[in-house]
Design a protein around this ligand. Structure first.
Ligand code: ZN
Length: 83
């Protein structure tokens, strides 16, 4: 079944997997001397990625930039609200 949400137009160029990926996204953290916790500041709860974010296909271990996984996608940027 074709993806209709965050993975719409995303597919592994090596094996065709379109079910799940691992991506190195950017996330805001509160940093202290003791460590880090996810920031609860307004507008900082998102995690985001773009065409240059590193992504891996868990089925064949192909690693490339997110943009390399796009298939005919008009989107230049993807953002997801953290839960
Ligand atoms: Zn793959």
């Amino acid at each position: 079944m074709a993806n209709e949400n965050l993975l719409k137009g995303v597919e592994c160029p090596r094996c065709g997997n379109d079910e799940q990926f691992t991506i190195a996204a950017t996330v805001w953290l509160d940093l202290t001397d003791d460590g880090t916790v996810p920031s609860e500041e307004p507008g900082r709860g998102d995690h985001e990625w773009d065409h240059d974010s590193v992504m891996e296909c868990p089925k064949c271990n192909y690693i490339s930039r997110y943009g390399a996984f796009l298939v005919n996608s008009p989107h230049g940027h993807v953002r997801s609200k953290a839960t």
